[in-house]
Design a protein around this ligand. Structure first.
Ligand SMILES: Nc1ncnc2c1ncn2[C@@H]1O[C@H](COP(=O)(O)OP(=O)(O)OP(=O)(O)O)[C@@H](O)[C@H]1O
Length: 310
């Protein structure tokens, strides 16, 4: 339905987006996952034709949209990272404004406003000024505004950054419903793995402007099918021991988080004997050892050597 072909954007010395080819099929929910600065926002600006690429193409149903973006704009709802609302107007007035921009009026406009307010769960607070809403509620209105013209494709740029858990859950649930129940095609950008795991069928992993892997969640995890992730929880942090364990033969990746050490090892590696032996030498207490199936975070770590939060 919507695809990019070797999309590239250069800003002086920085190649923010580098030969990115992404495809959204009708009804799919696709995740664009990458750390801050990976190029996700720039990619979204290019796909939604808000920015011109240095090279490459964006196609809707096989036709380039760069010279004639009107058709794409009609079917695309974009939820930007920054709140794009009039603070001194109510949610209702904002939606009325955006609806009129899209050419809606009269009964149709009122019906659409009611629908999107219901969708984001703000029908009963529609007359309050946007500036008095929490950040999470403002983001929900942001989504409602992008939905006014009944888009077929919804593109979201980190819509849950910095919001309260209740609004976050509400937003995620709304997006899931739109995709599952209404067949909305979704491109969801985030650096939160668990959101992408929950919402998306397919994932593109971006780092330093490039797509470094893509596939279904299962396909991506299969990158690690020969590996196991072992999570070892200690009673406290032992920096020297953690370093030593991370350097043992066969360890492919080691990361620490507070009192825990996470190791990626080839399947079948006999690690436990050495682990307990070394822990004893450092007088360290192991609270729990847990062998896990790999997560997308582990896949990202394996591909880039970094965690998404680095
Ligand atoms: N207008 C610009 N001028 C110069 N450099 C830019 C511009 N916009 C983005 N960049 C650079 O391009 C790279 C990618 O930025 P981008 O904002 O697309 O990343 P991101 O993955 O969306 O990260 P974030 O989640 O922090 O926004 C960064 O190195 C950034 O500094």
């Amino acid at each position: 339905m919507l695809e990019t072909d070797k999309l590239t954007k250069k800003f002086k010395d920085v190649v923010a987006v580098n030969h990115v080819s992404i495809e959204l099929k009708e009804g799919e929910s696709v995740g664009l996952l990458g750390p801050n600065g990976a190029g996700k926002s720039t990619a979204i600006s290019l796909i939604s034709t808000l920015m011109k690429p240095s090279s490459g193409d964006v196609r809707l149903n096989g036709k380039s949209v760069l010279k004639n973006p009107d058709e794409l704009r009609r079917v695309l709802g974009v939820v930007p990272q920054k709140i794009a609302l009039y603070e001194d107007l109510s949610a209702y007035e904002n939606l009325k404004f955006f609806g009129r921009l899209y050419g809606l009026s009269g009964k149709k406009l009122e019906e659409r406003i009611s629908y999107v307010l219901e969708l984001v769960g703000l029908a009963d607070r529609k007359n309050e000024l946007v500036k008095n809403y929490s950040g999470g509620m403002q983001r929900r209105v942001n989504l409602a505004a992008a939905m006014m013209h009944e888009p077929k494709v919804l593109i979201m740029d980190e819509p849950t950054v910095g919001i309260d858990p209740q609004s976050r859950n509400h937003l995620l649930e709304t997006i899931r419903k739109l995709n599952h129940e209404e067949g909305m095609t979704v491109l969801y950008t985030s650096h939160y793995i668990e959101e992408v795991e929950k919402l998306c069928d397919r994932v593109y992993i971006m780092d330093h402007g490039k797509v470094i892997a893509n596939g279904t969640k299962e396909e991506l995890k299969a990158i690690l099918s020969e590996q196991e992730t072992v999570l070892i929880e200690f009673d406290q942090n032992y920096p020297q021991l953690f370093e030593k364990l991370g350097q043992l033969d066969g360890i492919q990746q080691a990361t620490t988080e507070e009192h825990s050490l996470k190791l990626i090892i080839p399947k079948g590696t006999r690690l436990l004997g050495t682990l307990f032996h070394e822990a004893e030498r450092y007088d360290a207490q192991i609270i729990n050892v847990n062998v896990q199936t790999p997560t997308l975070e582990d896949v990202f770590l394996r591909l880039t050597g970094r965690t998404l939060r680095d």
